[in-house]
Design a protein around this ligand. Structure first.
Ligand code: NCD
Length: 326
């Protein structure tokens, strides 16, 4: 799927947040800088800002999620918005209601923003094309396509530890083929000018022509880990796999699992990241996941400030566009 101009207005301002593709360095640094200024809210006695007071945000999750849904909810609440969580398992979607009908019904409840996760690539863009003009749509993951808020919290976490992007070497390891996280992260790192992006995976878990994304491909983990600053581990997304792409989880761990010994090949101050959920003993050893290099839980915390930033930026632009006081 190509860039999605629908997320920008004629002045290039973000109205929706659907994909990283097509955004500029400026868009990304605006989000990162705003997130940095919002990070401190969590340390206050009252963890709230009035920014989105009176706004209604609907979380529409058609796929399982723990971190993404809860951090979106917390982000909205810390900005004083009202939040509605639509539990799709018990909603009419299971009775055959179309996405458009679900959309029209929730729109009738006068909401201002949809946060959506869906198993179909392009679902969030579809929503953005059909919502009323005052509503912002944020993509919380669509199929294998994109997970742009995850990419932003990943680059935010990297920037806090290692701000010198042109001199960074980053390795993304594991199931790249099914990973919307990897795709969005590769785009974000490229836009921010990261020195070298590596992907490390067996051939069966790499998309065809992955090199076209500007990455170096490694099939051997120890080789690919050498001298990297950042290691991003990915889960085997079995729910998206058709047929047997892998011999067994044990064999995968033997070849591609991140152990302490293998991590020693990276730079001594390398950080280890993972979007979660982690599968201990499949892609990552517990001693690494819980070890001193791991910033996995920091990613979760950072997700709140980053999502607060994206919510306030997009809704702020909608307010400007409609002449309302932001
Ligand atoms: C990821 C997702 O859902 O794409 N998780 C997340 O959002 N934190 C990755 C995954 O499910 O493996």
């Amino acid at each position: 799927m190509s860039a999605t101009p629908i997320q920008l207005d004629a002045q290039g301002r973000l109205l929706h947040f659907l994909t990283i593709e097509g955004l500029t360095h400026r868009h990304l640094t605006d989000i990162l800088d705003t997130a940095e200024s919002l990070r401190g809210v969590a340390e206050r006695r009252v963890k709230k800002l009035p920014t989105l007071h009176g706004k209604t945000i609907v979380n529409l999750f058609f796929e399982a999620s723990t971190r993404t849904r809860t951090t979106f909810e917390l982000a909205a609440k810390r900005l004083s918005a009202d939040v509605l969580n639509l539990n799709i398992a018990t909603s009419s979607a299971v009775k055959g209601e179309s996405l458009l009908d679900t959309l029209r019904n929730i729109e009738a409840m006068q909401c201002d923003m949809f946060v959506m996760r869906h198993s179909q690539s392009g679902a969030a863009e579809f929503m953005a094309r059909h919502v009323k003009p005052h509503i912002a749509v944020l993509n919380a993951g669509d199929g294998r396509h994109a997970h742009p808020t995850q990419a932003m919290l990943d680059v935010f976490t990297i920037r806090r530890h290692k701000p010198d992007f042109p001199n960074l070497r980053i390795a993304i390891v594991g199931d790249i083929l099914h990973s919307r996280v990897a795709r969005s992260l590769i785009h974000a790192l490229s836009i921010l000018g990261a020195g070298e992006i590596r992907v490390i995976a067996p051939r069966t878990l790499l998309p065809t022509r992955v090199e076209d994304l500007g990455v170096q491909v490694f099939y051997c983990l120890p080789e690919g880990l050498r001298d990297v600053d950042v290691v991003v581990m990915l889960r085997l997304q079995r729910e998206r796999m058709e047929g047997a792409l892998l011999p067994s989880e044990q064999e995968f761990f033997q070849q591609y699992g991140l152990t302490k010994e293998r991590l020693a090949l990276a730079k001594p101050d390398a950080i280890v990241m993972h979007p979660g959920p982690i599968n201990r003993g499949v892609e990552i050893d517990s001693r690494v996941a819980d070890g001193p290099h791991s910033v996995i839980l920091e990613q979760v915390t950072n997700g709140i400030a980053v999502r607060m930033a994206i919510m306030s930026i997009t809704l702020g632009h909608h307010a400007q566009a409609s002449g309302e006081d932001a």
